[in-house]
Design a protein around this ligand. Structure first.
Ligand code: HEM
Length: 407
């Protein structure tokens, strides 16, 4: 076992992953954590798997930069994908990051999120009516993916009849963030940014002509900026709207999909949650930890720094493996056990530090309502066929999961 684990760690290459890895990356993550927790990949980047090392990197924005202008140039060239990813707040450092984040956080205030609850419950119950009528259904297409698209569509005030292309655009743009992409994925990503920008220009023009209430309407708030004069440029506005639509979409779909699939594989925990619906909050946290929808993050050192006893020179590309850190026994008791009552549970599914997920309160609310209402309605649901994985290493989830409401 140990020799196998050592070989697994030695041969790990993020750019050459096996089908087995995509199915279950956790034995590899464990082998890396135990044998090469700061693994130098063949392309020179370092791959971190220990919880404490991730926290150190997340918290030190001065040494570990999120700015991707240098790193993405060889990958994307002077393309729209490059313009998009390097303009969104997640891939910038202070002061640009601080300015854009302040505006976005203002639009995602606890009050704004609390006000979404009623609509969210109505949406989930309506989707569950559709599932009940079908009996046999796709957990992702008929349920999990349909929720975030509506929530973010509402957040930015995208009319219902105009939401259809959002999911494909989002999948194409985020798909281009995979460690290796072919020509087709690159072309799809660029076309998606182009179409998305063209659509948002129209939406923004309409909203400028007829502003909404900035207390409730996120797009109006982003257009108008802060009272003290802090405003986004036209380019920042469009690209950060795309980013918001993308950031909250695939990740939340995967939280709901992964959560319900994991429950179906852990019958005892499923029964426990059905008997104790008040445990939904800790259950959602455990789903986020156990099958994190966003498994990887990236940073670049911009000064020489010591990490885990290793001296890193400036200019070292770093991959932070959230999926591995969330199963680190130095932080979590019995980390391979799925325990819906786990406390404390300081997982890194939303990262930590200055870039910690700006939408985590919304994601948690969506996850809790979707999963608790689903379980209350279909306590006997079961998988009825082979689920299809998304085939991504960064975003872990399913494209489709055939299910029945009753076995
Ligand atoms: C389960 C669902 C979600 C997960 C697992 C997730 C995960 C993450 C992670 C790990 C980051 C940090 C990336 C980094 O710095 O390397 C992040 C950032 C971000 N997320 Fe989320 N996210 C989720 C849902 C959402 C939602 C619903 C929204 C908004 C509607 C959102 C908006 C953002 C934004 C704006 C950032 C950038 C924050 C910054 O750079 O300051 N996310 N998310």
């Amino acid at each position: 076992m140990n020799a196998d684990a050592r070989t697994l760690a030695e041969s790990f290459d993020l750019e050459r992953l096996t089908a087995e890895f995509y199915l279950n990356p956790y034995p590899t993550y464990r082998a890396l954590r135990e044998h090469e927790p700061i693994k130098r990949l063949p392309n020179g980047a370092l791959f971190l798997t220990r919880y404490d090392d991730l926290v150190t990197a997340y918290k030190n924005t001065k040494a570990f930069s999120s700015d991707k202008k240098k790193e993405f140039l060889p990958k994307y060239g002077a393309s729209l994908l490059y313009e998009h990813h390097t303009t969104s707040l997640v891939f910038n450092d202070p002061p640009i990051h601080t300015r854009v984040r302040r505006l976005i956080m203002g639009a995602l205030s606890p009050r704004a999120i609390a006000e979404m609850e009623g609509d969210l419950i109505r949406l989930v119950d309506h989707l569950l009516d559709g599932v009940a009528a079908k009996g046999k259904f796709d957990l992702i297409g008929d349920f999990a993916a349909a929720i975030p698209i509506e929530v973010i569509g509402n957040l930015l005030g995208v009319p219902h009849e105009e939401r259809e292309p959002l999911r494909d655009w989002s999948l194409a743009i985020l798909g281009a963030l995979e460690p290796v992409i072919g020509e087709a994925a690159f072309a799809r990503g660029n076309t998606a940014v182009q179409d998305f920008l063209a659509y948002l220009e129209i939406l923004v023009e309409r909203r400028r002509a007829k502003p909404g209430n900035p207390e409730r309407d996120v797009l109006t708030r982003l257009i108008q900026g802060e009272a003290d004069g802090e405003k986004l440029t036209a380019k920042e506005l469009l690209h950060n709207c795309i980013f918001l639509l993308n950031a909250g979409h695939e990740t939340t779909t995967n939280l709901i999909g992964n959560g319900l699939v994991t429950l179906s594989e852990h019958k005892g925990e499923k029964e426990r949650l059905i008997a104790h619906p008040e445990m939904i909050k800790t259950a959602v946290e455990e789903m986020l930890r156990y099958e994190s929808s966003n498994q990887l993050g990236n940073r670049m050192t911009v000064e020489s720094i010591e990490l885990g006893g290793l001296a890193l020179p400036a200019g070292t590309p770093i991959t932070l493996c959230i999926g591995a850190a969330n199963r680190d026994p130095a932080q979590f008791l019995e980390p391979e056990r799925f325990d819906i009552g786990r406390t404390p549970n300081r997982h890194l599914a939303f990262a930590t530090g200055a870039h910690q997920c700006a939408g985590m309160a919304l994601a948690r609310l969506e996850g809790a309502i979707a999963i608790s209402h689903f379980l209350a309605r279909f306590p006997d649901y079961a998988l009825s066929g082979e689920p299809v994985r998304g085939g991504r290493v960064r975003f872990r989830g399913f494209l489709s999961v055939p299910c029945v409401t009753n076995v």
